[in-house]
Design a protein around this ligand. Structure first.
Ligand code: DGJ
Length: 724
């Protein structure tokens, strides 16, 4: 019996029929499968693991054996002859820079009934190195989460300079990549290009606030560009809040090798014997039903498996940042509470500027690190604010930026050694601040205690906004000493370690993830945060695009969308835009007219009624603002009894023709009544179909004219659809 057959029999004994194999080909095959996708690995005669398929499920089990075996090695070690991008590169303790990975066994665990975890172990025959590839398959949601563990028992440390979370291979005729990039205030702009021979890299080297220029999320379309409802694609995203690298390399045979993981840039990692190096997860969904389906798969998965309290309601709120910046005192805030009460939101969120005594935080030059209430501005302390908010039926939330320090702060004076800074170089400031050396366990304790004490000592705090307003430039950790290559990776791991501790103590506290806008949005962070701040750009028109961008990968209940005074559009337009996500306000209610307050109060009431459909329903994008001068989208609840339709007319030109919009996701057999909501006080709907009842079939085949009569640019309408 050859070695592969021995292995097959051994595995058979242990795992029974969980293993798929074929004696005829004497090749062990492993399947990772969801309802609508299949990933197949084959162990070749040489003992190496190959990826033989990624695509739609095959109906005939026998067909699987026909899949080509020995072409694309699943997780390629550098130095062994393959000369394209490796998944892993290791320099052994003896200086040998090669890694040979041979299949050594696998396990399949279905214990929780909804997720199947397949773990494939690879070993180097000559060095005591083990690599385990993990694949968690979420059958119903059609999502696969994959990550890698690397460990060794060499005599001394090894150096790792590549460590992919995932390597996947494709054999399509053509490939298109949709990436999402931008900058501060211009987050998540979508661009689609055809990939050509060579390598395309989406990456970040920013350390903290790592996603300022680019999100670790993309669509990869196979053969032709996928549309909203058609086309074969993979939607992928890396769950990592630090430097990342997503690379797409087309070789001389037109095969595409896709590698996702932490960015190896300046991160040669020293791994000690016996320690496990675990990569972040790469999360992906494969579908042949277009980008809309891919987004819905990720949303459903995220709400169920990744986001804290993903199946629970969110709080509407009034934030004071755009209304006051740091220029406030107790009276001003209490006045704002009155405004929040008038709007009818759930919570008041106090932003930056509430702390610091020796160096009060009156501008962004001081006090980060000194997390004590500014006694001049707020003599009654947090307790007084919580009480005053409570008197108005409001919960209270607070802003923090715990990873940072101002050079002008008591913390900096007491602990200059807690700050990341390069020896023999000037400190490089960004927004007048520096980053704490979070890798240092003492700093982790400080950050944990700052947040934990604040929440524990003020039990009325019901919400935290966690900000991070700069990237890393002083990239040197006094704590790590000679192992500076570990810094970028260990920084993010340390952040997660702190969040893990906080979540253990406060599992249900809503925490908003913010990094000067959407500078840090990914599913690694969203394991701990309940929502995120997409952008400091709250202009209604810009927000249509920014929120549209994020909604491709993240569910609406995580996308904080506030009505502010930014932008030239009407209050109605800005309100309708905020409603497509997790709605809130950041506005001086005192400066609003009685009619505006009346409108906004009614809008909050409407939102409270329909928010369950928006948060937990399926998103259907109907008209993209990238294709027309309008954006139309809708949410449909699980039972297909309720839907909400958002229609935004953008900067269209005179006589621009806008066709009917076909709705999606409804039950063709059911009848729905269309009701326009969010109307201005005393203004009846002018939509000719308002109040009428249509079958789902009609709405999806004939559609609605959403630009009827006299329409103007930057106007909008929102409709509720209720089954009759
Ligand atoms: C950047 C955030 O994006 C804003 O919302 C606000 O919290 C400021 N920081 C405060 O400094």
């Amino acid at each position: 019996m050859n070695i592969n057959l021995y292995k097959i029999c051994a595995i058979l004994l242990i795992w029974g029929n969980a293993v798929t194999f074929s004696y005829a080909q004497k090749a062990l095959q492993l399947k990772v499968e969801t309802k609508n996708s299949l990933l197949v690995f084959t162990v070749g005669n040489n003992g190496k693991l190959y990826q033989s398929y990624l695509g739609q499920p095959l109906i005939h089990p026998d067909d699987q054996a026909l899949l080509q075996a020995a072409k694309h090695e699943a997780y390629i070690g550098a130095g062994m002859g393959d000369l394209f991008e490796p998944a892993i590169r290791m320099v052994h303790a003896d200086g040998n820079p090669s890694l040979d990975l041979i299949y050594a066994g696998h396990q399949t665990d279905k214990s929780d009934g909804t997720v199947t975890l397949t773990s494939i172990t690879l070993k180097d025959p000559k060095y005591p190195v083990t690599v385990i590839l993990h694949f968690a398959a979420y059958y119903k949601e059609n999502v696969i989460k994959t990550w890698t563990e690397i460990k060794h028992q060499e005599k001394k440390a090894v150096m790792l300079s590549n460590y992919a979370s995932s390597m996947l291979h494709f054999e399509a005729s053509k490939y298109w990549l949709s990436q999402f990039d931008g900058d501060y205030m211009t987050e998540m702009r979508m661009k689609e290009t055809q990939l050509t021979s060579g390598i395309k890299i989406l990456d970040s080297k920013l350390g903290t606030r790592a996603h300022m220029y680019r999100a670790p999320a993309f669509f990869l379309s196979l053969n032709k560009p996928a549309e909203e409802n058609t086309g074969e694609l993979l939607a992928g995203t890396l769950a990592w809040s630090g430097n990342f690298q997503c690379s797409f390399e087309i070789d001389q045979q037109n095969s595409l090798r896709m590698i996702n993981g932490m960015n190896p840039y300046a991160s040669e990692y020293k791994l000690m014997p016996g320690k496990t190096f675990e990569t972040p997860a790469f999360i992906f969904t494969y579908t042949n039903q277009g980008k809309g389906q891919a987004s819905r798969n990720l949303h459903r998965w995220a709400r169920k498996y990744n986001i804290p309290d993903g199946d629970q309601p969110r709080l509407t709120l009034l934030n004071n940042w755009e209304a006051t910046h740091m220029d406030f005192n107790q009276e001003v805030l209490v006045d704002l509470f009155d405004g929040a009460k008038k709007l009818g939101v759930d919570l008041f969120l106090l932003d930056d500027g509430w702390f610091g005594n020796k160096y009060p935080r009156d501008a962004d030059k001081t006090a980060l690190g000194d997390w004590q209430v500014d006694q001049k501005k707020l003599p009654g302390g947090i307790g007084h604010l919580v009480k005053e908010a409570g008197n108005r039926g409001l919960k209270f939330g607070i802003w923090l930026e715990p990873e940072m320090v101002s050079p002008k702060s008591e913390l900096y004076e007491q602990h200059p050694e807690w700050v990341l800074k390069l020896p023999n170089r000037e400190e490089s400031l960004s927004r007048n601040q520096l980053v704490l050396d979070l890798v240092n366990p003492k700093v982790q304790d400080f950050v944990f205690n700052t947040v934990n004490d604040l929440i524990t000592q003020n039990p009325g705090i019901a919400f935290v906004k966690w900000d991070c307003n700069r990237m890393l430039t002083n990239t040197f950790s006094p704590f790590l000493k000679a192992d500076q290559g570990n810094l970028f990776i260990d920084y993010t791991r340390s952040l997660y370690a702190v969040m893990e501790r906080l979540r253990k103590k406060h599992p249900h506290l809503p925490i908003m993830l913010c990094a000067g806008g959407g500078g840090r949005v990914d599913y690694g962070g969203l394991k701990y945060f309940t929502e995120f701040w997409p952008s400091d750009n709250t202009d209604g028109l810009e927000r249509v695009f920014i929120q549209w961008g994020y909604l491709n990968f993240f569910p609406s209940l995580t996308v904080s969308s506030h009505v502010t005074s930014m932008g030239k559009q009407s209050l109605k337009f800005r309100t309708d835009v905020a409603m497509m996500g997790k709605m809130g306000y950041d506005i001086r209610v005192n400066s609003m007219t009685p009619a505006e307050i009346q409108f906004s109060k009614a809008a909050v009431e409407n939102y409270n009624r329909i928010s369950k459909v928006i948060w937990f329903g399926d998103l259907y994008r109907l008209v993209s603002p990238y294709e027309e001068n309008r954006a139309v989208l809708m949410y449909v609840d699980d039972a297909k009894d309720k839907a909400v339709l958002f229609n935004y007319l953008l900067n269209f030109r005179r006589k621009e023709f806008m066709g009917k919009v076909l709705l999606s996701g409804l039950d063709p057999e059911k009848k729905y009544q269309l009701k326009e909501i969010n109307l201005l006080p005393d203004s009846p709907s002018t939509h000719p179909d308002n109040g009428k009842t249509f079958s789902g079939d009609y709405l999806m085949k004939v559609g609605l004219n959403l630009a009827p009569g006299k329409i103007s640019p930057l106007s909008s309408s929102v409709f509720e659809l209720n089954v009759q």
